[in-house]
Design a protein around this ligand. Structure first.
Ligand code: NAD
Length: 316
């Protein structure tokens, strides 16, 4: 027992010296070392989202404006119905003008494009989001391309995607932006870290990788064709899982003390679970997000923040 304590103390003092040399805040790394000896610290997405929401409300008050967000839904997808309603509700809660526009499943592509053109031209509208998926007769690319990039609060328009990858972000996709905020909430410095993103979708994997790169992490993107994915994942000091496969990431794929961000939303026997095997992973990771209560709450909060940002930019 004594030997154990001494070993821990020696380890701690070395870590603190190492941290000073690397310019890390000493306090952060002390947490990192203690995390190795016990279960991971939970990253509380609800709490981090609340802080961002308070910032959004304060920014609206400071600017003295009422930014307008319009969420467009086509058809009756039950998940989309809940998402869109929650987005409009949260907007109103924080002092934005949140409007939900619902169109029938049979809407034509040209009718939706005309609606987007109308919203682009409406000066009271600062943010437009079109909830995906769309019915099969509508090409989502055409619709996204039609949204004014200055009002594209989802950050999906090619102009905004391009700026992000050039390291000149304008409006950044909400979930990836939320992921970064969660990593930052741990106090772990991103610069110089080995980061691995599992998943290369346009809405999560690729933008998360671009944001990590912009913060000077060394980034690897893994996908369905990656060879020996487990070995690559094990190198990650920051691991982001955005795959859409329940409990895909096992404890063996996690480097001790890693920051693990689980973007996945899956359902097993009616219960929500992430892409990470949370119960096992929390014994190895240093920090980990739960599902639900991790990345999920961040997405809507960032959407509100993006809308205020868009409103402020349009008015300057
Ligand atoms: P997607 O299906 O578009 O992309 C999944 C990615 O995972 C693909 O790039 C694919 O290459 C990769 N992949 C699939 N199988 C793999 C395998 N066996 N090995 C390695 N890689 C594999 O999904 P998405 O839109 O990026 O979403 C990913 C997950 O995140 C889903 O569960 C989704 O519901 C969730 N999500 C959550 C939020 C949120 O707000 N929390 C937002 C968006 C998406």
């Amino acid at each position: 027992m004594t030997a154990l304590v001494i070993t821990a103390l020696v380890h701690l003092s070395f870590s603190m010296r190492g941290d000073r040399a690397r310019g890390w805040p000493v306090k952060t790394k002390v947490t990192l070392v203690s995390a190795a000896a016990m279960a991971a610290q939970l990253i509380d997405g609800k709490a981090v989202a609340k802080v961002l929401e308070a910032e959004v409300a304060a920014e609206i008050a400071r600017l003295g404006i009422r930014p307008g967000l319009v969420a467009v839904r086509v058809g009756n997808d039950p998940a989309s119905e809940i998402y869109v309603r929650n987005k409009a509700k949260k907007a109103r809660e924080l002092g934005l003008e949140g409007t939900e526009l619902v169109f029938p499943e049979t809407m034509t592509e040209s009718a939706l494009l005309a609606e987007v053109a109308r919203l682009n031209a409406d000066d009271a509208v600062d943010g437009i989001l079109v909830q995906l998926p769309l019915p099969k007769q509508i090409d989502p690319k055409k619709v996204i391309d039609a949204i004014d990039p200055a009002k594209d609060v989802d950050g999906f328009h090619p102009a905004n995607v391009g700026l992000l990858h050039l390291g000149r972000p304008a409006l950044v996709p909400c979930t990836p932006s939320g992921v970064m905020r969660l990593i930052d909430s741990t106090g772990v410095a991103i610069e110089g870290k080995r980061a691995v993103v599992i998943g290369r979708s346009d809405i999560v994997g690729k933008p998360v990788a671009a944001l990590l790169l912009a913060r000077n992490a060394t980034v690897t993107i893994c996908h369905s064709r990656t060879r020996d994915l487990a070995a690559v994942a094990r190198e990650a000091e920051i691991l982001v899982a955005a795959i859409g496969r329940a409990r895909f990431v096992t404890a063996e794929m996690i480097r001790p003390c890693a920051v693990v961000i689980d973007v996945g939303i899956n359902r097993i026997d009616g219960k929500l679970c992430g892409d990470v095997d949370f119960q096992a992973a929390k014994e190895t990771a240093g920090w980990i997000t739960p599902v639900p209560g991790g990345v999920g709450p961040m997405t809507i909060a960032v959407l509100m923040s993006n809308t205020v940002r868009a409103a402020a930019r349009r008015r300057t």
